[in-house]
Design a protein around this ligand. Structure first.
Ligand code: HEC
Ligand code: HEC
Length: 99
């Protein structure tokens, strides 16, 4: 029995660590389509593949559900259309000239 406990401990810690970085995804996945569709789009995207998380673009605190969308934690909201090419261009060079 003691052996089982020792084996499970690292698994539990790894699960907790993964969970703590995705409060945006956990909450948004349960919201109406307008606010949950971005999760589905992101999951299938090149951004997810490269570890570009929700908070990379939107700001906020992905580890603290209660304050995730608090501007004091850097939350910026959804960019308006005129600001989007500049946001993309801050990582992907050529985003401005590709319009
Ligand atoms: C506990 C639930 C919850 C968590 C955690 C959460 N959100 Fe939200 N989010 C909402 C709800 C509800 C709305 C829609 C109502 C509103 O805008 O407040 C929303 C709206 C948004 C919007 C749209 C705002 C707009 O102007 O249309 C963005 C962007 C967003 N969330 C990003 C994030 C990011 C990034 C994180 C993690 C850092 C996050 N959210 C974490 C519940 C959550
Ligand atoms: C690569 C940058 C990027 C990432 C990563 C990203 N978003 Fe967004 N998101 C945007 C942009 C740009 C918009 C505004 C354009 C639009 O509404 O489609 C937006 C819009 C939204 C909206 C508003 C949708 C609406 O119809 O009003 C929500 C909610 C949202 N994102 C949530 C999230 C969540 C949750 C994640 C993580 C699973 C995430 N986003 C990841 C760039 C990003």
């Amino acid at each position: 029995m003691a052996v089982v406990c020792v084996c499970l401990l690292p698994t539990f810690q790894a699960t907790a660590a993964v969970k703590s970085v995705i409060v945006c995804i956990e909450c948004h996945a349960r919201l109406p389509v307008k606010f949950s569709q971005p999760v589905l789009l992101w999951q299938a995207s090149i951004h997810a593949e490269h570890g570009i998380m929700c908070n990379t673009c939107h700001g906020g605190d992905p580890m603290d559900s209660a304050n995730a969308m608090n501007p004091a934690r850097g939350y910026r909201g959804a960019p308006l259309p005129p600001a989007i090419p500049g946001l993309c261009g801050s990582c992907s060079s050529g985003a401005l000239s590709a319009q």
